[in-house]
Design a protein around this ligand. Structure first.
Ligand SMILES: C[S@@+](CC[C@H](N)C(=O)[O-])C[C@H]1O[C@@H](n2cnc3c(N)ncnc32)[C@H](O)[C@@H]1O
Length: 252
C-alpha cells in the first residue's frame, strides 16, 4: 500500500495537505474539550497532534497498522496511547471513547463498513464517528493533477478514484451501511500553494501511498516522461494545488 515508509516522507508528501485539513475536520466532527477521542489510521500523527493540542495527551488514543508510523507517532507524542492495529479490529473495550475519527483512512480500509462498525463499537452510544477522504473521483483532491497526467501518459493506470468514499455521497452510504445514525456529509478545502515544481514533485518519488508506489514502479524513462508532462501542465511554480475532501459524520 505504500505506508511502510519514514514519517518524514509521509509528512512531505501527504502530511503537507493533511495538516491543513486537521483543524477543520476536528471542528466538523464536533470534538469538544472534555472528550476522550480515538484517532483511527493516525499515520505519523498529523491529526493526533491537533487532537492532543485540544484535549491533552491523556484524552487521546490512536491506532495505525504501519509499524514505522506508530513508532514515529509515539516518539512525537509521549503520553498518548498509540497502538499498532487496524480499524477493522480495534484493541479497545466497547464504549471506551466519546468520539472516533479517521482522517484520510476509510479509502484504504480493506473493509470500510467493518472499520466504521468497529469505530462505533468502541464509541459510547450517541458519540460522534467522523471520517474524511480526498475527492479523488471529482479530481479535486491534492493528487488530481498527478493522476490526470498519469492516465494520459499511461492509459489504464489504476488511480484512486474508485476507492471507497472518494466520490461525493459515498462516505455517507458507508456510514449508513455501518448502522450509524444522523449521518451528514460535507466538503472541506485544504488548498496549498507550492513555491516550485520541484518542491511539489520531489515527495512523489518517496514511495508513499498508491501514487508514490506507482512512481517507484516506473522505469527511469517513464518516470521522467510523467514528471516532464506534469511540469508542462503545472509550470515551474508557484501554483496552487486544490485539496478538497469529503467528510461525513454520524452517531454511534
Ligand atoms: C493517508 S494516511 C492518513 C494518516 C493520518 N490520518 C493523516 O491525516 O495524516 C492513511 C493511513 O491509513 C492507514 N491505514 C491503512 N489501512 C488501514 C486500516 N485498515 N485501518 C486503519 N488504518 C489504516 C495507513 O497506515 C496510513 O497511516
Amino acid at each position: 500500500m505504500g505506508f511502510d515508509v519514514a514519517a518524514a516522507a509521509y509528512d512531505a508528501f501527504m502530511g503537507r495537505y493533511a495538516r491543513r485539513l486537521s483543524a477543520q475536520f476536528v471542528e466538523f466532527a464536533g470534538v469538544a474539550a472534555d472528550q476522550r477521542v480515538l484517532d483511527v489510521g493516525c499515520g505519523p500523527g498529523t491529526l493526533t497532534v491537533e487532537l492532543v493540542g485540544r484535549l491533552g495527551p491523556a484524552s487521546v488514543a490512536a491506532v495505525d497498522p504501519s509499524g514505522s508510523f506508530v513508532e514515529a507517532a509515539r516518539s512525537r507524542m509521549p503520553g498518548v496511547d498509540i497502538r499498532r492495529a487496524s480499524a477493522e479490529a480495534l484493541p479497545f473495550e466497547s464504549a471506551s471513547f466519546d468520539a472516533a475519527v479517521a482522517q484520510l483512512v476509510v479509502h484504504f480500509m480493506p473493509d470500510p463498513v467493518a472499520g466504521l462498525r468497529e469505530m462505533a463499537r468502541v464509541t459510547r452510544i450517541g458519540g460522534a464517528i467522523a471520517a474524511s477522504v480526498w475527492d479523488h473521483a471529482g479530481g479535486f483532491g491534492p493528487l488530481g493533477t498527478f493522476w490526470s497526467v498519469a492516465r494520459e501518459v499511461h492509459p489504464g493506470v489504476v488511480d484512486e478514484s474508485n476507492l471507497p468514499g472518494a466520490r461525493g455521497g459515498h462516505l455517507s452510504q458507508l456510514f449508513e451501511a455501518a448502522g450509524l445514525a444522523s449521518v451528514i456529509e460535507t466538503s472541506l478545502v485544504a488548498d496549498l500553494e507550492h513555491p516550485t515544481f520541484e518542491e511539489w514533485w520531489g515527495p512523489f518519488t518517496h514511495g508513499v501511498g498508491p501514487a508514490g508506489a506507482y512512481v517507484q514502479s516506473l522505469d527511469p524513462g517513464h518516470r521522467a516522461a510523467l514528471r516532464d508532462r506534469c511540469r508542462t501542465v503545472l509550470g515551474d511554480g508557484p501554483f496552487v494545488i486544490p485539496a478538497r475532501a469529503w467528510a461525513a459524520r454520524g452517531q454511534a
